[in-house]
Design a protein around this ligand. Structure first.
Ligand SMILES: [Zn+2]
Ligand SMILES: [Zn+2]
Length: 350
């Protein structure tokens, strides 16, 4: 393929300010790949950065990226021009103190973003081409011929969910509350049900409760119901764990009450720094209910995630409700940040 000199990219220029601009196509070193982007998911963590301006502009965001390799550095082995690939912008070193503790998201190497479309590396998926640096090459996954780029782009979010599920000490037949049935909550519901758990799903939107049942929930409850704790308790007398996939304090407090002694409450949506909430500490000490969190992906789960998605045991295609062309990335971000009852995962496709 003839690689052009310039490309379209959606540049973050300040809070809520995304502009379609022309940038030079990234130059690669002998240790890098150049990938033509085909699909990139709109992720809540990027939305937050765009909306609150938590990182300095300019940047090109987008980290749930899949595309075609168009150039391979002379010293790169194992990849060819034309390979269809899914990318991971963070890869742990596997050697440091954090990695030895499997705390990959805390590894200093992991925190470095290794994919860029220009400026300070920030993922770059909202551009036509990205440069993939050597330290994230172990995170490049080939997409089988039968699967779509969109499925490739979903590996990263699925990984974050599977990682969180593995933090729960669950046995087959256990019951888990999943609060929030957006794209992430639905993935939790499905993966937990595939692992033989009974899932109590909650959400405020009826359309999402219907979907939750399709995605493997045993029962689905409207979170707006004042009598919710009692209703859940009579349907699920023993709840072994709860996943909070919605930024709601009430959901956390309710879960702390509902989960059995020695159970676990996992926070997945509480990513804004400085969020404070009152917690009855005796729930943790006396009732031994663990309050834990999970963030980002686990590199060592990559193969398991790829099998789950590419085999379509977890058929992620049903989660993608809207796609936008690159030029309309701002509209994609706006929809993902103000979801409608029908909208789930939003992708930018090229
Ligand atoms: Zn993401
Ligand atoms: Zn490390």
């Amino acid at each position: 393929m003839l690689i052009p000199k310039t490309m379209s990219a959606v540049v973050y220029r300040g809070p809520d300010d995304l502009r379609l601009e022309s940038l030079p196509v990234p130059r690669i070193q002998s240790t890098d790949l150049l990938v033509k982007v085909a699909a990139c998911g709109v992720c809540p963590t990027d939305i937050k950065k765009i909306h609150y301006g938590t990182v300095p502009p300019p940047r090109v965001f987008g980290h749930e990226t899949a595309g075609i390799i168009v150039k391979v550095g002379a010293r790169v082995r194992g990849f060819r021009v034309g390979d269809r690939v899914a990318l991971h912008h963070h890869v742990p070193c596997l050697k440091c103190h954090f990695c030895r503790h499997k705390a990959f998201a805390q590894c200093p190497g992991y925190k470095r973003t290794g994919i860029t479309a220009g400026f300070d590396p920030a993922g770059g998926g909202y551009a036509e081409f990205v440069r993939v640096m050597p330290f994230v090459l172990p995170g490049v996954v080939k997409i089988p011929a039968r699967n779509t780029f969109a499925e490739g782009a979903m590996l990263e979010p699925v990984n974050t969910v599977l990682k969180a599920v593995k933090r729960l000490s669950l046995l087959r037949g256990d019951a888990v509350l999943v609060a929030g049935q957006g794209p992430i909550g639905l993935m939790f519901t499905k993966i937990l049900s595939l692992q033989g758990c009974k899932v109590a799903a909650t959400d405020l939107l009826e359309a999402r409760l219907k979907l939750a049942l399709k995605w493997g929930a045993t029962r689905a409850f409207n979170a707006g119901n004042q009598a919710l704790p009692g209703v859940i308790r009579s349907a699920f007398p023993t709840l072994d764990a709860a996943v909070i996939a919605v930024p709601s304090d009430d959901a956390v407090h309710q879960a702390q009450e509902l989960v059995r002694g020695s159970g676990q409450i996992l926070l997945f949506a509480q990513t804004m720094k400085g969020i404070q909430s009152k917690v009855d500490l005796s729930r943790i000490c006396l009732e031994e209910k663990d309050l834990i969190g999970s963030y980002s992906s686990d590199y060592t789960l990559q193969e398991e995630v790829a099998r789950l998605v590419f085999s379509r045991r977890l058929d992620i295609r049903a989660l993608i409700t809207h796609t936008f062309p690159l030029a309309r990335t701002a509209a994609a971000v706006a929809l993902a940040s103000h979801p409608t009852p029908e909208s789930l995962k939003v992708l930018v496709v090229q």
